[in-house]
Design a protein around this ligand. Structure first.
Ligand SMILES: C[S@@+](CC[C@H](N)C(=O)[O-])C[C@H]1O[C@@H](n2cnc3c(N)ncnc32)[C@H](O)[C@@H]1O
Length: 263
């Protein structure tokens, strides 16, 4: 991550060097990290959404696949996965640690690479995790528009916002917003958060409608030091099945392309 006082690194380049790629793999998703705990719950939610909305045998695209966390989970004999990322260092780790998906390196905003993806599609489902919150704002919208074009008319996109402000992140978000402060050189003036309205605006402009949502991350990760990983995981798993899930830091949206807009 960029640090205050240094030149902000474009999100496109943040995971390009092999050391940052390995750090993402080793620390963000270390076995007992808070991110891993939430991912454990999100896996079940993702499986539920895919089972509910996507016929078995469908071809899945995992966009901004990183080291293959999502692609490696979704892939099976019944569900082939194409996994795409702009960073060859991230893809190299994915290929070696989570073989199975068809990994490709490229920029979806490059017309030639987009044509390659169109030839591989249309896809029955796609995912983009930990992307819309942090990616440079000027590329998120065109990327979502292109993703909508890669789906079949009945296809489903599952995209997450891991900084939802309807959660305990509300306080720091509004504090950053009203003080006009940046938390970090890489962040926007409103901090590292995305409001539901911002997320819905991005989806709407890209030609998606929301068909379902799931949430997790209701309790602060800080209490893991006190109650431990297993207890917090149980707590979060229980909260995820109640209306409290709407107050989670991580919201997963199931989206369908609006007919006629992109097809
Ligand atoms: C935080 S990682 C998330 C990886 C994975 N989706 C996950 O949830 O573990 C963000 C990924 O987005 C990729 N990325 C950034 N800009 C991109 C772009 N313009 N096109 C494709 N991938 C991009 C980065 O290289 C990085 O691997």
């Amino acid at each position: 991550m960029s640090t205050a006082g240094t030149t902000p690194v474009s999100y496109n380049d943040e995971f390009v060097d092999p050391t940052s790629a390995q750090k993402y793999e080793d620390s963000v998703y270390a076995k007992t990290s808070h991110s891993s705990l939430l991912w454990d719950i999100e896996k079940t939610q993702l499986d539920e959404l895919l089972a509910r909305y996507v016929p078995a045998g469908g071809h899945h695209l995992d966009f901004a696949c990183g080291t293959g966390r999502v692609a490696g989970h979704v892939v099976s004999e019944q569900r082939p996965v194409t996994a795409v990322d702009i960073s060859s260092a991230m893809v190299a780790i994915g290929r070696s640690v989570r073989p199975g998906p068809n990994y490709l390196t490229g920029d979806i905003l490059d017309d030639e690479f987009f044509a390659t993806l169109k030839d591989l599609g249309p896809f029955d489902s796609l995912s983009a995790f930990r992307f819309i919150l942090n990616a440079d704002r000027d590329i998120v919208q065109p990327i979502l528009g292109r993703l909508a074009q890669l789906l079949t008319p009945q296809g489903i996109a599952i995209i997450n916002n891991h900084g939802d402000t309807r959660s305990m992140k509300a306080a720091p978000h509004y504090l950053a917003k009203f003080s006009g402060k940046k938390n970090d050189a890489s962040e926007t003036a409103v901090g590292n958060y995305l409001t539901p309205a911002q997320a819905l605006g991005l989806f709407d402009n890209a030609g998606f409608e929301v068909v379902d949502t799931r949430g997790t991350g209701v309790v602060s990760g800080r209490i893991m030091d006190t109650i431990g990983y297993d207890k917090l995981r149980d707590l979060e798993a229980r909260a995820a099945t109640t209306p409290l899930a709407k107050l989670g830091t991580n919201t997963m949206y199931a989206l369908r392309p609006v007919r006629g807009l992109n097809h």
